[in-house]
Write a protein that binds this ligand. Structure first.
Ligand code: ARG
Length: 462
């Protein structure tokens, strides 16, 4: 019989059992469900809602069930619907009527809200630590390439020279924001809903703060109706994960471009590349492409969750069971992507020479020629026009700005002098941009220092 079978005269249709059941995917929350139940039973005993002995027996048996699950001794049943009722049923099968007291003052509605918060707390902490590792790799690459000059792009057209370190530290900032977002999301996840009952709390004198403390929650929820209806923290997490994947995907897109023969800025290690079944010469950046591709399914989870919640009346509705597969898939995807991405960039070869050559073409120092004229007294807009004409001249003659003779320079403006060559060298273009946040070595070193401090201090739960 079902745990809720009292008012029914017929068994559930087999197909409905399958359809309704979430055990297939919510069994991964077994540990959190048991921890939550142990804390609840502990509190019931402490508040004299059940006896001390009953509380002890329930807690001890739940701990044994946990061990048995972990040792693969338990198979869950589809007709016990979900992880919550599966575990309660096992408990009852072991200790009979005492087991039937566990659910006193509790509903599956506040129970599932508790379990998912606890489960997600752990997942978020795990993802955050993977991200911290990735940040360390980004810093490692930056420190190695402080002097590696490469072209910076806008519109995918060569724009101004930067360094590979500067480019890497741009991603550091994105992942830093991802870490901050996860932490913020964690803080709202870390609120204890038990005691909200089905929707209207309960008449038993539960000690909600005690349960919160046992389970490491920062606070308790403030409205029973909201507590069982709220899935904001799941949507927030899906949103954090979507933004994180968007960052990974942009990074991957650049690596794919840079791996092409036309760029040849980087080469993925053989261990992180794949070949073609027909073209013997091929070495494809499949890992980066797959991460880019998987970004879509994480966005999909976010949209699933938003759509699932958008017209639900208060309080709990069964629709909300659909939250799990969506967020679990997003979590699994991110947890698969992060380590493989981390190792891929850690092991890739950076072609310093090709990056430099790339920065030499495309008139990346044109702004610096204009700035040179400004420093000699010409208004910027005029200098821009002069240099624009010079670029046109260079294109016609097949020259670059730094290979023009002094005569050619003078013909464009008499403000030019021998010192122009030094002023527009790629090294000077980079070093001259030494404002905080700029590509000059000192500025990048400073951002690396700040980044290291951030990583050292980062903790998900404070
Ligand atoms: N398996 C359900 C879920 O994941 C648990 C809560 C069910 N509550 C209920 N009254 N049907 O949402």
């Amino acid at each position: 019989m079902k745990l809720w079978g009292g008012r029914f005269q017929k068994a559930t249709d087999r197909a409905v059992d399958d359809f309704n059941s979430s055990i297939r995917f919510d069994q991964r929350m077994y540990r959190h469900d048991i921890q939550g139940s142990i804390a609840h039973a502990d509190m019931l005993g402490k508040c004299n809602i059940i006896t001390q002995q009953e509380s002890e027996l329930i807690k001890k048996t739940l701990a044994e069930i946990l061990e048995d699950i972990e040792n693969g001794k338990i198979t869950f049943e589809v007709d016990a619907e979900d992880i919550h009722m599966n575990i309660e049923k096992i408990l009852i099968s072991r200790i009979g009527d005492v087991g039937k007291k566990l659910h006193t003052g509790r509903s599956r509605n506040d129970q599932v809200a508790l379990d998912i918060r606890m489960y997600l707390r752990d997942e978020v902490a795990q993802i955050a630590s993977m991200l911290v590792e990735l940040e360390q790799t980004v810093i490692y690459l930056s420190e190695k390439h402080l002097d590696t000059i490469m072209p910076g792009y806008t519109h995918l057209q060569k724009a101004q020279p930067i360094t590979f370190a500067h480019h890497m530290m741009a991603y550091f900032q994105m992942f830093r924001r991802d870490l901050e977002r996860l932490k913020d999301c964690y803080s709202r996840m870390n609120i204890m809903p038990l005691g909200s009952g089905a929707l209207a709390g309960t008449t038993y004198p539960l000690d909600r703060y005690y349960v919160a403390k046992q389970l490491g929650f920062k606070d308790i929820t403030q409205n029973s109706l909201d507590a069982v209806s709220d899935r904001d923290f799941i949507i927030e997490l899906a949103s954090c994960l979507s933004i994180l994947m968007m960052h990974l995907s942009r990074f991957c897109e650049e690596l794919i471009l840079w791996s092409s023969h036309e760029f040849s800025f980087v080469e993925m290690d053989d261990a992180y590349s794949t070949g073609s079944s027909i073209m013997p010469q091929k070495k494809n950046p499949d890992v980066a492409e797959l991460i880019r591709g998987k970004t879509g399914r994480v966005y999909g989870s976010l949209i699933t969750l938003l759509t699932m919640m958008k017209s639900l009346p208060l309080a709990y509705n069964k629709d909300m069971q659909e939250d799990k597969e969506a967020i679990f898939d997003a979590l699994d995807t991110v947890k698969m992507c992060l380590p493989v991405f981390n190792n891929m960039i850690k092991t890739m070869k950076v072609n310093v020479k090709n990056m430099y050559t790339g920065a030499q073409g495309g008139f990346t120092n044109a702004t610096d020629v204009a700035d040179y004229l400004v420093k000699k007294g010409l208004p910027f807009r005029k200098a821009h026009e002069v240099v624009g004409k010079m670029v046109l001249y260079c294109i016609e003659k097949g020259k670059s700005l730094d290979t023009l003779t002094m005569e050619e320079y003078k013909a464009c403006s008499d403000l030019f002098d021998e010192d122009v060559y030094r002023a527009i060298s790629l090294e000077q273009c980079v070093q001259g941009r030494n404002l905080p946040g700029g590509p000059a070595k000192e500025a990048v070193l400073d951002s690396i220092e700040k980044g290291k401090k951030f990583i050292e201090k980062y903790k998900i739960d404070e």
